[in-house]
Ligand binder design. Structure first.
Ligand SMILES: [Cu+2]
Length: 681
């Protein structure tokens, strides 16, 4: 049964089949308005090269938005923070070809997705919930994998994949990906560039949001036989981006990367696979208040950097006919430095923190007969973090004071455990799978929760002693697929102990002990969340297809007796597509409900609640033409009725000279785009 085979193959979940399939499919993909249906429990994959509506910024976060359950905290035109089921930051593990990358910006201009150029990958995989332990520590909300698919060349050959995009507000993107090889060797070169001017919201107000981003990457590989691969990769990328939510812009987002990967399949009946990889990621970020905007007040500039080094080794074992296991170790260390003032280039970089983690993990899949399956995993992480800040800056501007850091040179270590178990059952006589699982994740606080922007704890001037966050989550759902109808429902219920909440405008005694001041603190609170996503796709006739999706999350901050902050409201999407294999036409209606469950000034490392928001609806249309096997042209009008709106969780608008200040950073008004995809071999 085809359905079952697919689900087994992913449950083996060993860096989903790097050799399994090629990105090149028979036909060019249709316009994605909502990500493809979940085909295996908790796993969704989507093609980053396919045209998408609304046209995404060329960064990782905007691409995830087409997957129900995801939302993005908007800051400007690009580099928003992705959020899954209301969970942001390091609750979502984001891996680039298996590598971790951590941003440099203390004010979160650069989530990991800011260093993702989606079209240089072949697939995006999302695994919802704490239901795998294979991809690094702490991923309590989910895991996102941006990956290339490398296929050994049967005979000498080459392939080209590319795209050109043009759109409103000066949007223009160019992407080229060339692969060539023989049976034994291959090379790949990829270049992307994406550029946009400031966009306008539905009321015609300009939003300070222009960006330019580019990337180049290369790979050389050795494939001496069909089961062995050794690959060396390198990436250099950079960009600049205007921010509408703060007083500075990002003028440099340089990334340098080197990776080495080895994998060997089918070693013996017992050893199905061995894989090992090592990587180096370096991020050099500069932000200032004068390069991309008219400066107001004092000149400010800051230049943080971060080096992240890591590795992973895993072995896939066929323990018995029905039992497969993956065992492995992973390692990650990162060091962050910061230097400021306009003279920064001549100053030494001063380390403010470093982190190190060793992980040990094992995951087992056991088939119980034809229709039932058990999957379970366990992981242990040994963490260490050092606070290298001698002093802290309390207050801003004229009120800023430098004080001794109470946690200067403190060192903390924790051993954390995570695990999950899941049961999957294929119904008899029906193309449906039911699943239910329980997971536990312990997440070490990240740089933004312990160190950055001088965050304090309630009692002291440093948040360095914040406790790890513990998530206990139940996940359950159903997947159904027959000729005409595909449907899936995934629900969750989560109890989070010591949820790491970031609270701004927190009132504390001032340093003299005479009055009060406000600051940003990190608090461990207890929280409960529940919700889920549902998707439905129905083929009305050969050429017509209707889609509907729904996503909802409800959360309580149990400690404060309030709504949990930064939760997106109920959202639904309705799509209708006509596709005769040559021409396609589609429409998308996105309906978002009001959100009056909020808790002002509370949230996460990327954003805090502002207030309630009204509901809105956005209607978009698209069309595409497959000119040949190699060329596809797609076009769309997003936000056809020029609705002016902001997402509930988006950041507060900041006063930028020459721009109107809005409550939140507004989304794009009506915009047109045209994208051509090319594929030759
Ligand atoms: Cu920054």
């Amino acid at each position: 049964m085809q359905f079952k085979r697919i689900s087994i193959c992913v449950a083996l979940a060993f860096a989903p089949g790097a050799f399994a399939a090629d990105a090149t499919e028979a036909t060019l993909p249709e316009v994605v308005v909502t990500a493809p249906m979940m085909r295996q429990p908790l796993v969704i994959t989507t093609d980053p090269k396919a045209p998408r509506q609304p046209v995404p910024a060329h960064d990782g976060a905007d691409y995830l938005k087409t997957i129900p359950g995801f939302s993005v905290i908007r800051k400007g035109g690009t580099d928003g923070d992705p959020v899954l089921r209301g969970m942001a930051g390091s609750r979502l593990n984001i891996l680039l070809d298996g590598e971790q990358i951590l941003g440099g910006c203390g004010n979160r201009m650069d989530p990991p997705t800011a260093y993702v150029f989606p079209e240089s990958y072949d697939r995006i995989t999302v695994i919802k919930g704490p239901q795998t332990v294979l991809y690094g520590p702490g991923s309590s909300a989910g895991t996102v994998l941006f990956e290339r698919t490398i296929k050994r060349f049967d005979q000498p050959g080459w392939k080209f994949n590319g795209s050109l995009t043009a759109g409103s507000f000066g949007r223009n993107d160019q992407v080229a990906d060339v692969r060539a090889g023989t049976q034994d060797y291959y090379v790949q070169g990829t270049a992307t560039r994406s550029d946009s001017n400031d966009y306008k919201d539905g009321d015609g107000r300009s939003v300070h949001s222009a960006f330019t981003r580019w990337s180049t990457s290369g790979a050389v590989g050795w494939t001496p036989d069909k089961d062995t691969r050794l690959e060396l990769t390198g990436t250099h990328s950079d960009g600049q981006a205007a921010y509408a939510d703060r007083s500075m812009d990002g003028v440099k987002f340089a990334r340098d990367n080197v990776g080495l990967k080895f994998e060997k399949n089918r070693i013996s009946p017992l050893v199905e696979k061995v894989e090992a990889q090592a990587f180096y990621n370096y991020v050099d970020h500069v932000m200032d208040n004068y390069s991309l905007r008219s400066q107001s007040g004092m000149k400010m500039v800051s230049n943080p950097d971060r080096e992240t080094i890591g590795g992973r080794a895993a072995i896939g074992l066929r323990l018995a006919e029905a039992t497969q296991a993956t065992l492995g170790v992973d390692y990650q260390t990162n060091k962050h430095t910061l230097r400021s003032t306009t003279n920064y280039a001549n100053l030494p970089r001063i380390e403010d923190a470093n982190f190190r983690n060793y992980g040990l993990f094992g995951e087992v899949t056991h088939n119980l007969g034809e229709r039932d399956k058990l999957i379970a995993g366990l992981r242990a992480d040994n963490w260490n973090a050092q606070d290298k800040r001698a002093t802290l800056t309390i207050g801003t501007g004229m009120a800023a004071q430098t004080v001794a850091n109470p946690s200067a040179n403190k060192d903390r270590s924790d051993t954390l455990t995570s695990g999950f178990g899941r049961y999957e059952h294929d119904l008899a006589g029906m193309p449906a799978t039911l699943y239910a699982g329980a997971g536990h994740t312990e997440r070490f606080p990240d740089y933004w929760e312990l160190i950055s922007a001088s965050k304090e704890s309630v009692d002291t001037l440093s948040a360095f002693d914040s406790r790890p966050e513990k998530t206990n989550q139940l996940d359950a759902g159903i997947i159904y697929k027959n000729d005409k109808l595909s449907a899936s429902v995934s629900g969750f219920y989560s109890k989070i102990d010591d949820y790491l909440m970031v609270q701004s405008n927190y009132v504390k005694p001032d340093l003299m002990g005479m009055g009060t001041r406000t600051t940003t603190v990190v608090r461990n609170v207890d929280a409960t969340t529940w919700g889920g996503e549902a998707s439905l796709s129905y083929a009305l006739a050969n050429v017509w297809k209707a889609d509907a999706t729904l996503a909802y999350v409800h959360g309580n901050n149990d400690t404060d007796g309030a709504a949990l902050a930064q939760l997106p409201p109920l959202e639904g999407r309705l799509g209708l597509t006509y596709d005769n294999k040559v021409w396609t036409a589609g429409s998308l209606l996105r309906l978002v409900s009001k959100q009056d469950r909020f808790d002002a000034n509370k949230g996460n490392i990327a954003g805090q609640d502002i207030g309630s928001t009204a509901g809105f609806g956005v209607f978009s249309v698209n069309g595409a033409y497959r000119a040949s096997k190699s060329v596809q042209i797609a076009a769309g009008i997003d936000n056809l009725f020029d609705k002016s709106y902001a997402e509930h969780i988006s950041r507060r608008g900041s006063a930028v000279t020459g721009f109107e200040t809005t409550t939140r950073v507004n989304e794009m008004g009506r915009n047109l785009w045209l994208k051509a995809n090319f594929k030759f071999d």
